[in-house]
Design a protein around this ligand. Sequence first.
Ligand SMILES: Cc1cc2nc3c(=O)[nH]c(=O)nc-3n(C[C@H](O)[C@H](O)[C@H](O)COP(=O)(O)O)c2cc1C
Length: 178
Amino acid sequence: MKLFIGYASTEGQTQKIARHIADYLVDHGHSVELMALADAGPIALSRFDAAILGASVHVGHYQKVLSEFADTYADGLNAMPTMFLSVSLAAAGHDAEDWRALDTIISDVSDATGRTPGKVLQVAGAYTPSQYDVFRRFVMRRIIAAKDPEADLDWDKEYTDWEALDAETDGWLSQASI
Ligand SMILES: Cc1cc2nc3c(=O)[nH]c(=O)nc-3n(C[C@H](O)[C@H](O)[C@H](O)COP(=O)(O)O)c2cc1C
């Protein structure tokens, strides 16, 4: 099957996740076109059998390019199986309030674009001080210190569970009969 994977990534973890899924799908015999949504340009989505979109949460929002893309291609996306990868640090924890906030962020995008993704996968992202400017480093150090006391605040830390990601992708593929 031929799949489109489009992602928006500010510090690089969603890009890494999208690439991982692309490699996984290719290894399992699928054909994949992977691109940053920001570079996507006009696309004939009807060339694809299914689509995966991914974006990361920053201060309670996904990158604007995600809703722009979902809005522009709503008809094409509604006509095929889709999976949305919501990448955040909230998904790395078990805080009920954080998870409710993730649901709200998804609802906001659905309301704005008039479409609901077939499957939503909440994916734990990464703490990447190597990618932050001074302000972001200050803010994120405080958040991680509170959420993950074991983290070394000077070093990048990946929370993404790659095996769970593969299993969820398999589940979506078989449920969507792809
Ligand atoms: C400035 C900033 C704000 C963030 N805000 C949130 C947030 O509101 N909720 C959350 O769960 N994660 C938040 N994160 C964590 C990111 O979602 C996480 O680091 C993710 O892996 C980033 O993905 P990317 O590297 O693809 O951009 C924030 C990160 C940064 C740097």
